[in-house]
Design a protein around this ligand. Structure first.
Ligand SMILES: *[C@@H]1O[C@H](CO)[C@@H](O)[C@H](O)[C@H]1NC(C)=O
Ligand SMILES: *[C@@H]1O[C@H](CO)[C@@H](O)[C@H](O)[C@H]1NC(C)=O
Ligand SMILES: *[C@@H]1O[C@H](CO)[C@@H](O)[C@H](O)[C@H]1NC(C)=O
Length: 352
């Protein structure tokens, strides 16, 4: 076996070509630089059999985002890649409320992130792989809106807001004629569990807006040292309660979302960031007998973050390395949210 490898190596040396360069790829309107240095014999990218070594590195290149924006406009296709649920073309706001049940709907949740990936391969061996996200931000409004016409005052359910269908964001060959395929996909499966108990049908909007700056998250696997975290994250979180309504109401609301931002490098590795915001909330009308009643909500908002990675190098139709990491919890933060709003009272509305 050793001798076979030696001969194969020697043959490659004889005709080896060195290809080096950088390509710009647009993932939605975000530019990414794909650096490569590939050495080997001519090959079409179907396998690494003829490749002596390959160093590949992909990272965001914000200075070229304008190029990607112009491209997406000139090509006149909605090629925004929003990672998230129910976002409009800007990827930041909700498209329209998502119906959950008759008379009840909810808003949006989106993640913004650049992709990061690197590979160090030398003949028949993967030396190192790194994969993850750069400059990640989670933004959204987790709100429930009920209308007075809702047929039920108590409900409980679970809804898949986005399934685990992946979008291929990069699919290219680098280094040709010593071609090496780079194929990257992203998915963001998201589920919302909700429960609501009202004393009466009501026109009510309740929930929270949040923004979590997560920053860089990635994992590196090295043949010698195994998995290690590439960077330590210290997320910052802002949450503010959302509340409006105009009737005498007492209610209990439970909102719990689980969402996972996932990047997959074809036949090599994946990396998942799992996020779980939740907002159990109780709300009721205070001073209901006065002329200026207020509606108050009390929530205990929580946000937790964990990550998980998997390496599954498959070459020549055989899985050569199989290493799993996690899930590992990175962060969990709770916050009490309290908000009161004046309930509009007009002549026609009598509050008792
Ligand atoms: C862009 O696409 C839209 C819808 O597909 C079409 O209505 C519009 O005419 C197109 N614009 C150009 C400049 O091609
Ligand atoms: C790739 O891995 C090999 C073996 O571990 C190492 O000698 C080399 O320096 C690495 N190359 C890069 C660009 O990191
Ligand atoms: C790998 O398997 C696929 C189908 O299972 C086959 O078409 C392909 O030729 C195989 N590749 C190699 C390098 O054996």
């Amino acid at each position: 076996m050793t001798r076979f490898l030696f001969l194969l190596g020697a043959a490659a040396v004889a005709q080896a070509k060195l290809q080096k360069g950088v390509d710009i790829h647009c993932v939605g309107i975000r530019a990414h630089a794909l650096h490569y240095e590939v050495e080997g014999e001519e090959t079409n990218g179907d396998s690494l059999a003829e490749v002596r070594s390959a160093q590949i590195n992909m990272e965001p290149l914000p200075s070229r985002d304008d190029h990607c924006l112009a491209l997406s406009k000139s090509e006149n296709r909605s090629q925004e890649v929003c990672y998230g649920v129910n976002q409009d073309a800007s990827c930041a706001a909700a498209k329209a409320d998502l119906p959950l049940e008759s008379g009840v709907d909810c808003k949006n949740l989106g993640a913004e992130a650049g992709l990061f990936y690197s590979l160090n391969y030398t003949m028949l061996e993967v030396n190192a792989v790194a994969v993850g996200f750069r400059g990640m931000t989670l933004k959204g409004a987790l709100e429930l809106h009920t209308s007075p016409s809702a047929s039920k005052v108590a409900m409980k359910g679970s809804k898949v807001l986005r399934d685990n269908q992946a979008t291929r964001v990069v699919h290219t060959l680098v280094g040709c004629p010593v071609c090496v395929r780079v194929s990257v996909s992203v998915a963001m499966p998201t589920t919302l569990d909700y429960s609501l108990a009202l004393n009466d049908a009501a026109d009510l909007t309740v929930g929270a807006e949040m923004e979590v700056e997560i920053g860089d998250m990635s994992m590196t696997w090295e043949k010698k040292h195994g998995w290690k975290k590439s960077v330590e994250t210290k997320p910052t979180m802002t949450m503010s309660p959302v509340l409006s309504g105009n009737v005498d109401v007492r209610a209990q609301l439970g909102l719990q979302m689980s969402s996972s931002l996932q990047v997959d490098i074809d036949k090599l590795a994946w990396y998942h960031v799992d996020m779980a915001p939740s907002f159990p909330t109780r709300f009721e009308l205070k001073d209901s007998s006065s002329t200026s009643p207020t509606l108050c909500s009390d929530s205990h908002a929580e946000f937790s973050l964990s990550h998980e990675a998997d390496l599954h190098v498959s070459m020549f139709n055989k899985t050569h390395e199989f290493k799993h990491w996690g899930p590992v919890k990175d962060f969990s933060k709770g916050k009490r949210l309290h908000k009161c709003v004046d309930v509009p009272t007009d002549e026609g509305l009598v509050i008792v």
